[in-house]
Design a protein around this ligand. Structure first.
Ligand SMILES: Nc1ncnc2c1ncn2[C@@H]1O[C@H](COP(=O)(O)OP(=O)(O)O)[C@@H](O)[C@H]1O
Ligand SMILES: [Mg+2]
Length: 286
């Protein structure tokens, strides 16, 4: 497997009504990382994901998966989608089986796996997502947050190399949003490449190892969050702001409440409070 698991080369996608959604987009996605595609509404995040799994086909440019150009015949697409699974933004459109168990079994059955293997994968996916108790439930009876978990489990059961979550925290309350992001963290910990889209700079900053910034279908920037979020003008061009935690850190640094040479900026509250504590200890001992 190539180190860049997905690569797009100058892709252009225009919808039938003439809307240009992606413009000359070239990017490489490194294998095994947590990647956030960050952009305002309408910046092309969903279109990009639909291109990556072959639902949409760019009019120009090329997409490579594991070094191989995407092919659009049925067999190649089925293979691609078993390697690259998308959890769509709205679980209501993703779920269609009568029960949770059937829903999660659908993908592995479609892969032509043996029944014992299917059963094992379903069990593992339910356990991993913490929804074993729901397995006999009718999918239409579930809460929105539970539907999201089932949608994730159904993709996990295919054991994809790449898991994509399109705005995975959209319309979830804080607790369910945290659960989903923890789950995506754990999936990445197992070695799967995990890509999410979001318009939430705070989320991208705290969760991702690599951030891809989109604005009006164009790539505006790419890099580790500590670097990318330093570029205020670039964020403004994307209609976004710096993460709150970073703004607070920079303000505290400017006012001398944290030491000036602390290395990389903190990406969670625990790390920030540690820096403030160290700063105040240093001030009181001098
Ligand atoms: N089916 C469609 N037909 C026409 N235009 C669309 C369609 N879907 C999305 N678009 C347009 O393409 C652009 C990118 O949309 P989208 O990829 O959904 O962005 P995001 O996911 O970042 O919100 C927007 O201008 C949007 O209005
Ligand atoms: Mg979208």
């Amino acid at each position: 497997m190539s180190a860049n698991i997905i690569e797009t080369k100058g892709i252009v996608f225009t919808y039938a009504d003439g809307t240009r959604a992606l413009t000359d987009l070239s990017l490489t996605v490194p294998a095994g990382k947590r990647i956030a595609v960050l952009g305002a509404n309408g910046s092309g995040k969903t279109t990009l994901f639909l291109c990556l799994n072959g639902i949409l086909r760019p009019q120009q440019g090329q997409i490579l998966c594991g070094g191989e150009p995407l092919k659009y015949d049925k067999k190649s697409l089925r293979r691609l989608r078993s390697r690259l699974g998308i959890v769509f933004q709205d679980p209501e459109i993703q779920l269609f089986a009568a029960s949770v168990q059937q829903e999660v079994a659908f993908g592995p059955l479609n892969l032509g796996l043996r029944e014992t293997e299917v059963r094992q994968r379903v069990q593992q996916a339910l356990a991993f997502t913490g929804i074993e108790k729901l397995k006999e439930k009718a999918t239409h009876m579930l809460s929105y947050g539970q539907k999201k978990q089932v949608a994730i489990a159904s993709i996990l059961a295919m054991e994809p190399e790449i898991l994509i979550g399109d705005e995975p925290t959209a319309w979830l309350d804080q607790e369910h949003a945290r659960k989903v992001m923890d789950l995506f963290y754990a999936i990445s910990d197992k070695g799967t490449t995990v890509i999410i889209s979001t318009h939430d700079a705070d989320l991208a900053y705290s969760w991702a190892e690599e951030v891809v910034l989109l604005g009006r279908g164009k790539l505006l920037g790419k890099g580790p969050p500590e670097e990318l979020f330093n570029h205020e003008e670039m964020l403004a061009a994307a209609g976004l702001r710096q993460p709150l935690l970073l703004e607070i850190y920079l303000l505290l640094k400017e006012k001398g409440y944290v030491l000036a040479d602390t290395g990389t900026p903190p990406r969670n509250l625990g790390a920030l409070s540690r820096l403030i504590r160290e700063g105040s200890e240093c001030r009181s001992s001098s």
